[in-house]
Design a binder for this molecule. Structure first.
Ligand code: DMJ
Length: 622
């Protein structure tokens, strides 16, 4: 009761001071009113304050509350009236605290502008809708797990290959054990300083290395480690975080990693987590065109683009690298939204004019117009092309639209970007508004594998020609390694100013354990069985062992032309997801994760081809 009101009553003069019996009738009535108001308030507090149910159970259902605690031992004292009183006190203290908080909140709200209040209400509604959607995602139907063929492999018959394969497994063990020992739960490992490392690509998400490495552990038959990783995922992998993440990175590493872990092991937790995370990513598509934002707050669902991207654009390699995972999310959840979102991206792209048939790296999600006309098959563009081809393959070659887009894009790349140096090295340059920059990124080296993978579907006159092209790119990328002191490839190499396949700028001389060159060797080996690809892979193993292996794991190096390595102190999560996996498969038989049944996402996570006859059903159990 406000003090002013109270004093009004206390100051009321009474004519006689003998006792309540001497009050006038009106005074009695007022006193009665005050008293009954007080009683009502007390009861009101019990019934309407937050958490009143706990108080009720403490006060009115006292014995059952005590019994429960005694059984579970949560009161630590074996129950009894003493601890029950303690509980009641705690509960009352909590109620008081909640009450105070509510008052502060109410005061804040009163001070707000009505517009602000409206916005707050809208935000709350959106939050609720999202939470419900996520809850829904946990209620998708059970499905029958069918193990796709080739999840495990045999030992290679040839002793040398067997030995090399075993060596790669030992490398994985060193990388994993070091991560486990020094950085468990962190996103990545700092192998020199032996501590955890977290890049802002994942915001507050944790355990990128664990999720990225799951399938590699499985295919290398490191089942105990796989179980430890599974246990961590079950208990600790949490997406309900007020944190901003890169939609692309989280999709390729986390969603991709969880999907593969599910398909390899059949463990339901991975399907659940993948779908839950997929649901959390959906608000990124809330733009006027449906082209998703690059960055997203997982809790608020608010998205934005990288501040450095031309005119507020989304990036081709980011919004164009969701397709494979999202198609599988629809299959595993029975929810069509995932597939619809990525199919819409294609619609937007197909409405736009493409300069020389090329796809610029930047696209504004509000206007649906291209940003700067920069084109690259490396950074900012790369995996968009990869996903067009793989979407067609993953659909058991029914996705004709994906196929058409891929082969037309490749044709434009061959005409406008692919060049041969005077020394006879084929490379893929970058295009800046019609001008060529004769530079090829390490990232671009994946294109050898991609072109080889697509060669047999190419228009008849191109089939053989594309296989040759792929082999030439593999050779160029191998040269970029061979021409360094450490026999590891630089981040980018140039074909101008009298050099070929060499980095000329200091900021392009680093190597961060990237997989693309080894990835291309693996594809070329599978398609040609030319032993040189295994030899080149083995050269890379030796260089990694000599220059990147340290006591606490594997580290990137700052300058591949310097005779002694200067370590960058990061073991990237893709080292275990991709580099070591592709090396292992290079020394394995072709039927281990065969191309007949699997496609690899851009982070090397294997996803099964969705066979024509099962395309429309999510394998639901009756
Ligand atoms: C990986 O995360 C993926 O391959 C991505 O597509 C680009 N490159 C890195 C590794 O280099």
């Amino acid at each position: 009761m406000p003090a002013a009101t109270l004093s009004a009553f206390t100051a009321t003069p009474s004519r006689k001071s003998a006792g309540p019996t001497s009050f006038r009738l009106t005074e009695k009535f007022i006193l009665l009113l005050v008293f009954s108001a007080f009683i009502t308030l007390c009861f009101g507090a019990i019934f309407f304050l937050p958490d009143s149910s706990k108080l009720l159970s403490g006060v009115f259902f006292h014995s059952s509350a005590v019994e429960t605690n005694t059984r579970t031992g949560t009161d630590g004292g074996g129950g009894g009236s003493g601890s029950a009183a303690g509980n009641e006190e705690k509960i009352l203290a909590k109620i008081r605290k909640d009450h105070e908080n509510a008052l502060v909140e109410a005061k804040d709200t009163l001070q707000k502008h009505p517009e602000e209040i409206k916005q707050d209400i809208q935000k709350e509604k959106d939050k609720l809708a999202r939470e419900n959607a996520v809850k829904d995602s946990n209620s998708f139907p059970p499905i029958e797990y069918k193990r796709p063929p080739g999840t495990t492999g045999r030992e290679p018959a040839d002793p040398l290959t067997k030995e090399r394969r075993a060596k790669v497994k030992e490398m994985m063990k060193h990388a994993w054990d070091s991560y486990k020992r020094y950085a468990w739960g962190f996103n990545e490992l700092r192998p020199v300083s032996k501590q955890g490392h977290s890049s802002n690509l994942f915001g507050g998400l944790k355990g990128a290395t664990i999720v990225d490495a799951l399938d590699t552990l499985y295919i290398m038959e490191m089942y105990e480690d796989f179980d430890t990783a599974t246990d961590w995922v079950e208990k600790n992998l949490d997406f309900n975080l007020n944190t901003e993440v890169s939609v692309f990175e989280v999709n390729i590493r986390f969603v991709g990693g969880l999907l593969s872990a599910y398909y390899l092991s059949g463990k339901e937790v991975f399907r659940k987590k993948a779908v839950e995370l997929g649901e959390r990513l959906l608000p990124a598509f809330k733009t006027p065109t449906g082209i998703p934002w690059a960055l997203l707050n997982l809790k608020s669902g608010i998205g934005r683009n990288w501040p450095w991207a031309s005119g507020g654009s989304s990036i081709l390699a980011e919004y164009g690298t969701l397709h494979l995972e999202f198609m599988h999310l629809s299959k595993l959840s029975g929810k069509p939204e995932f597939a619809q979102k990525v199919m819409n991206i294609r619609k937007v792209l197909n409405r736009l004019d493409k300069p020389q048939g090329l796809y610029p790296n930047y696209l504004n999600p509000n206007s649906g117009q291209w940003g700067q006309h920069h084109v690259s098959v490396g950074g900012l563009g790369d995996s968009f092309y990869e996903y067009l081809l793989k979407a067609w393959i993953m659909s058991d070659k029914t996705d004709e639209e994906g196929k058409k887009m891929y082969y037309e894009a490749l044709q434009a790349i061959e005409t406008n970007l692919m060049r041969k140096s005077s020394g006879g090295l084929t490379y893929i340059a970058e295009w800046k508004g019609g001008l060529l920059e004769h530079k090829m990124g390490h990232l671009t080296c994946f294109a050898g594998g991609m072109i080889a993978l697509g060669a047999d579907g190419a228009p008849a006159d191109k089939t053989g020609h594309q296989m040759e092209e792929a082999a030439e790119i593999a050779r160029t990328c191998h040269e970029s390694y061979a021409r360094t002191a450490l026999k590891l490839g630089p981040e980018a190499f140039r074909f101008d100013g009298g050099v070929e396949a060499i980095a000329t700028r200091q900021n392009e001389k680093y190597f961060i354990l990237r997989p693309e060159v080894i990835e291309t060797y693996m594809y070329m080996w599978r398609f040609t069985h030319d032993p040189k690809y295994r030899e080149w892979g083995w050269e890379a193993v030796q260089a990694l062992e000599q220059h990147c292996r340290v006591e606490g794991g594997y580290s990137g190096v700052r300058d591949v032309y310097a005779s002694t390595p200067n370590h960058d102190n990061v073991q990237q999560s893709f080292y275990q997801a991709e580099t070591l996996k592709y090396l292992y498969l290079l020394f394995s038989d072709d039927d281990h994760l065969s191309f007949e049944h699997w496609v690899f996402n851009t982070e090397a996570h294997p996803l099964p081809i969705i066979k024509k006859d099962e395309a429309d059903q999510p394998n639901e159990v009756e």
